[in-house]
Design a protein around this ligand. Sequence first.
Ligand code: URA
Length: 240
Amino acid sequence: MLRLDRYLVTLGIGSRSQVQKIIRTGGVRVDGITVTDPGKQVDERSAALTLHGQPIDGRLTRHVMLHKPVGLLTAARDKKQPTVMDLLPEVYAAIGCMPVGRLDKDTTGLLLLTTDGELNHRLLSPGRHVDKTYRAQVDGTLDQRHVEAFAAGLHLSDFDAQPARLEIIAPKTGLVTVHEGKFHQIKRMFSAVEREVTALHRLTFGSLQLDESLEAGQWRELTEAEIAALYRDAQMEVEA
Ligand code: URA
């Protein structure tokens, strides 16, 4: 249960004083009834809210799949540069929907965002790192030696990359599946075998696969089946 005024502030409707004024002047209905007491307790999991007669989506838990385009930072906010959050309606930032991990500015593809901080943390924690598959285009041809080097695990300047699977799908394109998620990991792994990544695109994150109907820059909320599978990846119960 939440105070109505605080709930509406969390949903990004306005400041505390703005929403109190709207409530007191009869602008808000809860389950069809006008509520003029800003301190009224409402059940955020079931309340049907309207603002000046228009329904409000009051869900505080959301999970989003974004097809990240080139050129945006993966960050909750940045003072100078546009971020992936700029692609979503403001309410997502207001309720604390955050990217899970990071894709480089020039990397495209599947980015998960969630309001569930515990899920976010668990999907990234070293002991539970989930598999991620990337399509990498590189500046030279790939061959069996590269596949074997990735499978053996690569020695990078500051860490040893765990064995990874490389599947060559075109002379200069590979599908790489890694278990960990270090900074610039894929680019650095290719660099260790003298190939430079010229384009990087993430296709999967744990059980989640990028929806091919999403163009770069488009997003959608996860289906119930996708959410259930992700919570299984994180060994967690789905939040009510
Ligand atoms: N590895 C990289 O090098 N960059 C990414 O964006 C993701 C994985």
